[in-house]
Design a protein around this ligand. Structure first.
Ligand code: CTP
Ligand SMILES: C[C@](O)(CO)[C@H](O)COP(=O)(O)O
Length: 222
């Protein structure tokens, strides 16, 4: 079956707190987004890539591609108001097969982990990589009170989130609601079970300036 990936980079990067959107920040000599592309091309050199970008960033991205001589083929879709709307726009460019949704700002997924996610779709329709929490966890009851959560029951969710494309397209026909923080939550709302596979501690999402420092260290070690 054809492999596809929708790389979402339609966000504003508000938590990063700088003007340049975080997907374009150079890390180890090239923009974060280019590392993300390379991860998927290392997994499958024929993968169909759809990149979701706001209209206002598209010319800048094309200029970066020229500057870095970056020639991996891809289609550009337009970003939406939320991640949900961005994924939905990207999905309109997917015809058939298996489709992964990937945060553009999650550049360090290994080939082995990406393969693990895609391979599991031979058996399961919806696959998500997760890691355990190494911290204790508490749930807030109100502003003053909290209670411990059994961390053995908790998993931290990463991307790529990988689906049979007809299922993901069907799921994204639903109305948006703000509990949809990822693609698994949209598919789960249709009553479909989400199969979990092993993620990676280094598969971080670049969200804050601290994550950029961690990212430089991850690159040095790899
Ligand atoms: N309207 C949006 C919002 C987010 N994303 C993408 O979803 C991924 C995860 O989102 P997040 O880390 O929250 O990115 P931002 O929304 O850019 O960050 P912030 O919430 O700090 O503004 C990112 O690759 C981001 O570009 C998107 O495609 N469209
Ligand atoms: C999709 C995701 O990365 C899985 O952990 C996460 O839900 C994205 O959250 P964000 O607030 O949009 O960064």
């Amino acid at each position: 079956m054809k492999n596809n990936v929708i790389i979402v980079a339609g966000g504003k990067g508000l938590r990063m707190g700088i003007d340049l959107p975080k997907q374009f920040i150079p890390l180890g000599g090239k923009p974060v987004l280019m590392h993300t592309f390379n991860a998927f091309r290392s997994f499958d050199e024929n993968i169909n890539i759809v990149l979701v970008l706001p209209v206002s960033h598209q010319d800048y991205w094309k200029a970066l591609c020229s500057e870095y001589n970056f020639t991996i083929p891809h289609t550009i879709a337009t970003g939406g108001e939320t991640r949900f709307h961005s994924v939905k726009n990207g999905l309109s460019f997917i015809k058939e097969g298996i489709v992964a949704v990937q945060d553009g700002v999650r550049p360090f997924g290994s080939t082995e982990m990406i393969k693990r996610c895609f391979d599991a779709t031979a058996t399961y329709q919806a696959v998500v990589p997760v890691i355990d929490s190494t911290d204790s966890l508490r749930e807030m009851i109100d502003a003053e009170r909290s209670k411990i959560i059994d961390r053995s029951k908790i998993r931290l969710v990463q991307t790529p989130q990988v689906f049979h494309s007809h299922l993901l397209k069907k799921a994204y026909e639903t109305e948006y609601n703000d509990t949809f923080t990822d693609d698994a939550s949209v598919v789960e709302a249709m009553g479909v079970n989400i199969h979990l596979v092993k993620g990676e501690i280094t598969n971080i999402k670049i969200t804050t300036p601290f994550d950029l420092k961690v990212g430089e260290l991850i690159l040095q070690k790899s």
